[in-house]
Design a protein around this ligand. Structure first.
Ligand code: RB5
Length: 140
């Protein structure tokens, strides 16, 4: 599975560690920046990941900013993206089970790194439940 990852400056440090974690687990990872803690604009990186999902360059993505809201708002402008904000493991797994979220968005300033990893593991391990949920996401 090829996973695209992006952040702004607020999410950079977690993103860097998440990339190492995912590579260590054998995932193919594409980094869409940012690559420092220098202040930057989250839409620049969210659009890069969103376009990669629209184009099929990556299968899914993980995005981080301070609150997660800017990343989620921008990513969800892309037709092929269903980006879900999660700050706990149940939210992360339900984002896949009920919404088939193909991007997990994490609020780096509001959760520990340990929780960020737990959310990622939970989201990656979950499966879309389909059925009534398929009908609902088609209505989006
Ligand atoms: C950056 O200060 C902050 O606004 C950004 O990371 C994010 O929280 C926006 O939604």
């Amino acid at each position: 599975m090829r996973i695209g990852v992006c952040s702004d400056h607020a999410g950079f440090e977690y993103k860097d560690r998440i990339i190492s974690y995912l590579l260590g687990k054998g995932y193919d990872v594409v980094n869409y920046g940012t690559d420092s803690t220098e202040s930057c604009d989250y839409p620049d990186f969210a659009h890069a990941l969103g376009s990669a999902i629209d184009n099929g360059d990556v299968d899914c993505g993980i995005a981080l900013c301070g609150t997660g809201n800017g990343m989620a708002m921008t990513l969800n402008k892309h037709a092929g993206v269903r980006a879900a904000l999660a700050w706990g493991v149940a939210l992360a797994s339900l984002a896949k089970e009920h919404n088939n979220a193909n991007v997990l968005v994490l609020p780096a300033r509001f959760i520990s790194y340990r929780m960020a990893l737990a959310c990622i593991r939970s989201w990656l391990a979950a499966a879309f439940a389909a059925g009534r949920h398929q009908r609902r996401i088609q209505k989006i």
